[in-house]
Design a protein around this ligand. Structure first.
Ligand SMILES: [Zn+2]
Length: 378
C-alpha cells in the first residue's frame, strides 16, 4: 500500500544554526543544495517542529544576487504574450480573493502586498474594492518601478525581514503570495507582519506544501547522493501543522486554511521514488546543466543551456532585459472584465480558478497551501 505522504528520512547531524521556527539545535539532514554558484547548504529537518530549511541559511546579499539572476532568467524565459496572460490570471485570482473577502464581510481599506510581482493580484482586489489603497514592498527596484507605472501603488523598497517602524499598525490586510518560502527568518517576518497590521487585521498567503516542494531535492539526495541545484530561493519547506502552530504563536488565528491542487500528488510528488521527479544535480555548480530537460520539475521551458554563475548571468543578460511591453488597459482588455458587470468578472474568474478540492494542510498532501488568518486582538 502507498503511504501518503511518504516519510522523509534524514540522518542526525549537528546543525550550524538553530531552527528558525522553534530554536531547536538538533537536526536531520535530508539533502544538500547548491544555490546557483553562490552557496552550498544542507537541507535539514527539525525533529521537533518538522520545519525543513537551509543550514546555513542564505544571507541577504546572497539572496539578492540569486533573486536578481532568477528574476532576469524568468523574464527571458517568459515571452511578452505569456507575461500578459500571467498578469490577467493573477488579476482574476485577485478578483476571486476580493469576492471571498466580501462574502465574509471583510472590507480592506489599506493593503500591503509583499513581493507583488506584476502587481495584478492586488489590481484584481482593487477591482472588487475600488476604494482600497495598495502599497507594495519588494527588494527589487525594477519590480517597484513597474508597480508604480502600471498601478500607481505606493512602493517601499525593503525585505519583509526588516521592520520599518513608520508603517506600524497601518494596514487592514497584508498579502504574501509565494513569499514565506523565500524568507530567511519566518519568525521575524510573521512578527513584522503582525506589527504592520491594525488590530483584527488579516494576513493572506499562499505557499508550497513543503513536503512536496522538498521531495525533488530529497530524491536527488537519495537516488544520486549529490547536491541538487536550487535556482529559486525556496529556503523554507513548511509542514502543514508546524506552519499553523507557528502562526498561532505569532498571534494569528485561521479563517481559511487548506491545501489545493492535487495533480502533482497524483503524479507522484511527495511519495514516488522516481528519478523523473528528481531535481537536477548541480554538478560543478551547475556547469553545462541541461535545464531544458522536460523532466526537471519546476525548470521547464528554460531557454538557457547553462546557468552556472549568477554573477555572470546578471552581467551578460541584463542587457537583454525588457519590460512587459503592454499597458494595463491592453492587459485587462477582455470581454469579461468590466465595472458595469462585476458579477460576470467574478463568475469567469471562478470558472478559471475556483478550487474544488480542499484538503487539510496537516495532511501534507497537495501542491499549494492557502491561508487567510486574522490577528488575535489582545
Ligand atoms: Zn524547529
Amino acid at each position: 500500500m502507498i503511504r501518503l505522504p511518504a516519510r522523509i528520512e534524514g540522518k542526525p547531524v549537528k546543525r550550524e544554526e538553530p531552527c528558525r521556527v522553534c530554536g531547536a539545535t538538533s537536526a536531520e539532514q535530508i539533502g544538500t543544495v547548491d544555490y546557483w554558484d553562490i552557496k552550498t547548504s544542507r537541507l535539514v529537518k527539525c525533529p521537533l517542529c518538522r520545519h525543513i530549511q537551509l543550514d546555513p541559511m542564505l544571507t541577504d546579499d546572497e539572496t539578492s544576487r540569486g533573486c536578481f539572476a532568477y528574476y532576469i532568467e524568468e523574464l527571458l524565459r517568459t515571452g511578452h504574450e505569456e507575461m500578459a496572460k500571467n498578469c490577467v490570471r493573477n488579476f482574476r485570482r485577485g478578483v476571486l480573493f476580493g469576492f471571498s473577502l466580501k462574502k465574509k464581510n471583510i472590507l480592506p481599506g489599506q493593503v500591503l502586498e509583499l513581493g507583488p510581482g506584476s502587481g495584478y493580484f492586488s489590481a484584481g482586489l482593487q477591482f472588487v474594492f475600488p476604494q482600497c489603497l495598495v502599497t507594495v514592498m519588494d527588494v527589487n527596484p525594477e519590480v517597484l518601478r513597474s508597480n508604480r507605472e502600471h498601478h500607481q501603488y505606493k512602493t517601499i523598497q525593503g525585505l519583509p525581514d526588516n521592520f520599518i517602524e513608520e508603517y506600524q499598525g497601518k494596514f487592514d490586510l497584508v498579502i504574501a503570495r509565494d513569499i514565506i518560502e523565500h524568507v530567511t527568518n519566518i519568525s521575524t517576518v510573521l512578527t513584522n507582519i503582525n506589527l504592520y497590521l491594525k488590530p483584527g487585521g488579516h494576513l493572506h498567503f499562499i505557499t508550497p506544501n513543503g513536503h512536496e516542494d522538498v521531495w525533488k531535492h530529497y530524491l536527488t539526495a537519495i537516488l544520486k547522493g549529490q547536491p541538487s541545484l536550487l535556482l529559486i530561493n525556496h529556503v523554507n519547506y513548511y509542514d502543514g501543522k508546524g506552519l499553523r502552530d507557528l502562526l498561532y504563536m505569532k498571534g494569528f488565528t485561521p479563517v481559511d486554511y487548506y491545501t489545493y491542487t492535487i495533480k502533482t500528488t497524483l503524479r507522484g510528488s511527495g511519495w514516488k521514488k522516481s528519478s523523473k521527479l528528481m531535481n537536477p544535480v548541480s554538478g560543478n555548480g551547475g556547469m553545462n546543466l541541461n535545464i531544458s530537460d522536460p523532466n526537471s520539475t519546476g525548470l521547464k521551458q528554460q531557454a538557457g543551456t547553462f546557468l552556472n554563475s549568477a554573477g555572470e548571468y546578471i552581467n551578460n543578460k541584463t542587457r537583454e532585459f525588457s519590460n512587459i511591453g503592454f499597458s494595463k488597459e491592453e492587459i485587462l482588455n477582455h470581454w469579461y472584465i468590466s465595472h458595469k458587470a462585476t458579477w460576470i468578472t467574478y463568475l469567469y474568474s471562478r470558472f478559471q480558478h475556483g478550487v474544488i478540492i480542499r484538503l487539510r494542510p496537516e495532511l501534507n498532501v497537495g501542491h499549494e497551501i492557502y491561508g487567510l488568518f486574522k490577528t488575535v486582538v489582545h
